[in-house]
Design a protein around this ligand. Structure first.
Ligand SMILES: [Zn+2]
Length: 1036
């Protein structure tokens, strides 16, 4: 069987051959392949994934030179100068994990025999960045070959065993053996309207799930399962249309999910706990230094506080490259396992800046063939006159200006003086070849576009924004070492028409220019529209004072939206700069203009095959706008203040393709939402950001980047374009390995991000990473980074629901969970009773995350959820980094009633389950998006007095959204916990105070993700039992 055969397709987008052979659902439909592909009809394996097929869009006319493009001529070699901004070499010498020449040597040696399929393993030597700056680096998921073997697996407690499942995993089990468990676990499932997830008819699409050709014949892993599984499962399905385990069911309790005979109640503490995993890792690795030069070293969890050093050099504070691996093999055979890797790139995290390297007028030294940038994987030979590229093996001449002698180790003598030779992450100064129209870029601009229609005026929002901008504009981000910000600012107000303002410093009063022809948007003034804040401060102040009064008596309630974005694009084009639009919009644009929207919300579509249309943006105007924005480096941030449906799926389309954010404040009221909004605005305006970016990921032979997820735009299958990239945006990259990899050299990747700094400099940010490879599947499981896996699954599932019924997507998630775990059981775990659920240690909390993902609003078909909220969450997650998805899917629930007010240690969270709440307790819950203070009905009056200065709970007012500032230890402690969290998270959160048994408590309860979902979805315990049963089926 050819290796190419099974690696080809990403799971959600294409048919994958050879993955079939077992029925995905519960047997009612025709056979479906193992792994889902959420996409449409089967495609050729080599076709780009569906998500990248935006190619109907023609390349923009004036695209910047991409890091990958070949316009730059790297062969020019003269110019002996090599200006260096790299500081003096560090005193410490930082050896690599392996001698530098080994790479070259092994490259020269014959490759692995073709039959030896290497499971890709990650791990690596990874490079972070240098002390002065930081930023990148990686987080990988991987554990390396050198790490001490962790406990291989978690064996589930006896409670999860069912006694009648005797033999190990050898002979096929007779289906009835697990029947009691199955039917019973779902007994009492009352399908109250929602979720018909896993089972059900085959997907309607033209063959999305059809059995691809390679089919069952060559499936050593799971022979014959289709029939058995299907037939067997058909029964239970009748009883539980909502096979999403426990979906909306009235589960009698966890124990009922267990084997038939009466059994003592399973201790919830006995199933793997995320809070324990996080805590253990923090204890073990917290506060430690993680160095990037030891190949195969496993990094701490994303939740752990630790320090990273790049190549043993100076410290940086966080890792931002996330890598992970998926075990998605069609055949669970060691020799034929297909593994996908993911890498999550947070290209732009804050911290200290990176070293900047300048190779002079000719630009960065690059490989002639593959265009990879000079990096630690380039092996110098021939006395330093040539170097061999680690990515494509091409031997290149060293440019004269770059020549340096080699030492006795074969290493350049200037090794430690050059970040590009000794570090994982650094930046190159980009030459004019990398600039749009071969001209250096102008500094970026921020345009504030304020909807001054009736709603926004009446709510006081316009005045709030104007007042805030006066101080906020003093804090625009600055280039390192600069006194003031180079960012220009401009102002527009609008309702059905647009008002532009001339705020030139020479003016005594700002001047307004009105454009009422919204169909042909243009910017009526160039000079004086985008200005330096410092120079024009007086005029801008004047303007900001006047705006609320100018529109105080407005009766206009209709707005436009697309023309507002268009105006921003035109302004950037005219000023030849990139930048960001901050749009403050109150409602759906219904005024007669391009991009006018109408209410298309339809709850009747929920749980039908047409539900996906609720998530799909309206095509046409907005599609073209996204393209225009990206071509002009125009990022759009949307602040929405809706009182009803606004078609967020469409309104957020442009922000979600331009690296922008969407903030939503439903039924905005200044008293309760004002501070929350202002915190968001402040963070957003001040955050670290780059513009007009384009990214290319290069890899060594044998594997390649195949799919990208994020707030990005793609015209082709390799160049990832972003109008802006900031510290909160994560791009998840999926890699596929389709040829033999070498255990000796590992797998190399280089990510190059070309962008414009906030000071208007063109830079290339380079991140390098080397991964271990292993032919042992068990190594792969050992190195798995569950947080990254989850980030990937969330993004791919959220993308899939644009094209597929939700129930198919959920079904695929369950199947993938079961298969990854079954594959481990079959190939890596030591023999044990089949009745035991065995989880790889690094993935032991994987099921709880997957279950939580399936219960998120976008994936739950419930008419009780707002369509806009679902669309909003879907789009937010698409651009999230690993830390954010981890927190979103497993919120922190912190008990406050017994907190040690004198302790410096952070409060320890407990599991997200109702069982952890107590009537007399007070808990804080947050997931990065929402924050609740939950008050048990029997809370002690002392506590209430300390926190609220009220005699009892009954005196608590309904709309409180902050704790009063009281001078007692508990109040100070709790407020400091809350403010600490608000500071730390990328979004500000509104504190919602809920009393036990009050109606708003329902909002809080949906975040108790270990419990049965409020709108459908199984409890963690039920899900585990369900997955266990699936695994057993797969292994028979
Ligand atoms: Zn090359």
């Amino acid at each position: 069987m050819s290796q190419q055969g099974y690696v080809a397709a990403p799971p959600y987008s294409q048919a994958q051959p050879g993955m079939g052979a077992y029925q995905g659902g519960f047997g009612s439909g025709p056979t479906q392949p193992l792994y889902g592909h959420y996409g449409g009809p089967p495609q050729a394996f080599s076709a780009p994934p569906a998500g990248m097929m935006k190619s109907s869009v023609a390349p923009a006319a004036s695209m910047p030179l991409s890091p990958g493009s070949s316009q730059y001529n790297p062969n020019v070699q003269q110019n002996g100068s090599h200006p260096q901004s790299y500081p003096a070499p560090p005193a410490v010498s930082a050896p690599y994990g392996q001698p530098p020449h080994s790479l070259y040597n092994s490259m020269a040696s014959p490759g692995q025999p073709p039959t030896q399929q290497l499971t890709n393993q990650m791990s690596s030597m990874n490079l972070g960045s240098h002390g002065k700056f930081s930023m990148c680096s990686f987080y990988f998921l991987v554990q390396g070959l050198q790490s001490p073997p962790p406990p291989a697996s978690s064996v589930m407690p006896p409670g999860l065993q069912s006694p009648h499942m005797s033999p190990l995993m050898s002979p096929p089990q007779s289906p009835p053996a697990s029947m009691p468990m199955a039917s019973q676990s779902m007994a009492g499932t009352s399908m109250a309207g929602i979720g018909r997830p896993f089972p059900g008819p085959p997907p309607p699409g033209p063959g999305g799930f059809q059995q691809p050709g390679l089919g069952s014949a060559g499936q050593p892993g799971y022979p014959q399962q289709a029939g058995q599984f299907g037939g067997y499962m058909a029964g239970p399905q009748q009883n539980m249309p909502g096979a999403f385990p426990g979906a909306q069911s009235a589960m009698a309790g966890p124990q009922s999910a267990m084997a038939g005979p009466p059994q003592k109640k399973l201790d919830p503490d006995s199933i793997p706990s995320i809070t324990h995993v996080i805590e253990d890792d923090q204890v073990k690795q917290g506060g430690q230094v993680f160095t990037t030069n030891i190949r195969g070293q496993v990094p701490p969890l994303v939740t752990t506080d630790f320090t990273v050093t790049d190549q043993g050099k100076k410290c940086i504070s966080k890792l931002f490259f996330m890598l992970c691996q998926r075990v998605l093999n069609k055949q669970c055979e060691d020799t034929l396992s297909s593994v996908r890797e993911l890498i999550y790139l947070s290209l732009f995290s804050v911290q200290t800046p990176l070293y900047v390297v300048n190779h002079g007028d000719t630009g960065p030294v690059r490989c002639n063939r593959c265009k990879a940038y000079m990096c630690p994987y380039m092996q110098f030979i021939d006395g330093g006159r040539r170097y061999q590229c680690g990515f494509c093996n091409c031997v290149n001449e060293v440019p004269v200006f770059y020549f340096q002698h080699l030492d006795h180790m074969g290493r350049r003598v200037d090794f430690y003086e050059r970040p590009e030779l000794s570090l994982g992450s650094y930046e190159f100064v980009a030459t004019l070849d990398y600039c749009k129209n071969n001209k250096p870029p102008n500094p970026p601009a921020y345009i504030f576009m304020i909807d001054v229609s009736y709603n926004n005026i009446k709510s006081g929002l316009v005045k709030l924004i104007c007042d805030e901008l006066k101080t906020l504009l003093e804090k625009l981000p600055r280039e390192e070492g600069m006194e003031t910000s180079a960012i220009k600012v401009g102002f527009v107000t609008y309702n059905k028409v647009l008002h532009f303002y001339n705020v030139k410093s020479a003016l005594a009063q700002p001047q307004m220019m009105v454009v009422s022809d919204t169909a042909e948007m243009f910017v009526p003034l160039l000079d004086g529209f985008l200005v330096n804040y410092q120079d024009s401060r007086a005029v801008i102040y004047n303007l900001l004072d006047q705006i609320p009064d100018m529109f105080a008596d407005t009766a206009e309630s209709e707005t436009v939206f697309a023309p507002v974005i268009q105006a921003g694009v035109e302004a950037f084009k005219a000023a030849e700069c990139s930048g960001k639009l901050f749009i403050f919009q109150s409602s759906m644009p219904t005024a007669e203009a391009p991009g006018k929207l109408k209410n298309r919300d339809d709850k009747k579509l929920v749980n039908t095959d047409k539900e996906k249309t609720l998530f799909q943006p309206q095509k046409g105007v907005y599609e073209q706008l996204s393209k225009d924005c990206v071509a002009s480096g125009c990022c759009v941030d949307l602040f929405l203040f809706p009182s009803q449906y606004t078609d967020i799926a469409t309104m957020a389309d442009v922000p979600s393709h331009t690296g922008g954010s969407v903030y939503k404040y439903s039924n905005f009221q200044i008293e309760t939402d004002g501070e929350h909004f202002l915190r968001d605005l402040r963070k957003d305006v001040q955050k670290s950001i780059g513009f007009d970016a384009i990214m290319r990921v290069r890899t060594s032979t044998g594997f390649r980047a195949t799919d990208f997820f994020g707030g990005i735009y793609m015209n082709n299958t390799t160049d990832v374009e972003m109008a802006a990239v900031d510290c909160d945006n994560g791009v998840t990259v999926e890699f596929k390995h389709d040829d033999t990899l070498s255990e000796e050299t590992g797998a190399l990747m280089q990510c190059a991000l070309l962008y414009t700094t906030i000071g208007g400099q063109r830079r290339l940010r380079i991140h390098n990473l080397s991964l271990n490879c292993s032919s042992q599947l068990s190594e792969l499981y050992k190195s798995c980074e569950t947080d990254s896996l989850i980030n990937f699954f969330a993004k791919s599932a959220y993308r899939a629901i644009l094209n597929q019924p939700l129930k198919n997507v959920r079904e695929i998630l369950v199947n993938q969970t079961a298969h990854m775990l079954a594959c481990y059981r079959k190939n890596c775990a030591s023999p044990s009773a089949a009745s035991q659920l065995i989880l790889p240690d690094a993935m032991k909390v994987f099921p709880v995350y997957m279950n939580s993902l399936m219960k998120t609003a976008p994936l739950v078909g419930s008419t009780e959820l707002s369509t806009d909220d679902r669309a909003h969450q879907r789009l937010s997650v698409m651009a999230m980094g690993v830390e954010d998805t981890q927190l979103l899917l497993y919120p922190r629930l912190i008990p406050l009633h017994n907190i040690d007010v004198n302790s410096e240690k952070p409060a320890t969270p407990v599991r997200c389950s109702e069982e952890r709440l107590t009537d007399s307790g007070i808990f804080l819950l947050e997931n990065g998006q929402s924050m609740f203070l939950w008050l048990g009905q029997a809370s002690s009056p002392d506590l209430i007095q300390s926190l609220f200065n009220l005699p009892s709970l009954a005196h608590l007012q309904g709309h409180m959204c902050a704790l009063p500032e009281l001078d007692n230890p508990l109040s100070r402690k709790v407020r400091s916990i809350i403010s600490g969290l608000l500071e730390k998270r990328s979004n500000s959160m509104k504190l919602q105070i809920v009393r036990q048994k009050d109606k708003p408590e329902m909002l809080f309860r949906q975040f108790l993700v270990e419990d049965k979902g409020l709108h459908g979805g199984a409890s963690y315990m039920d899900f585990l039992c369900y997955v266990h049963r699936e695994i057993r089926q797969l292994l028979t």
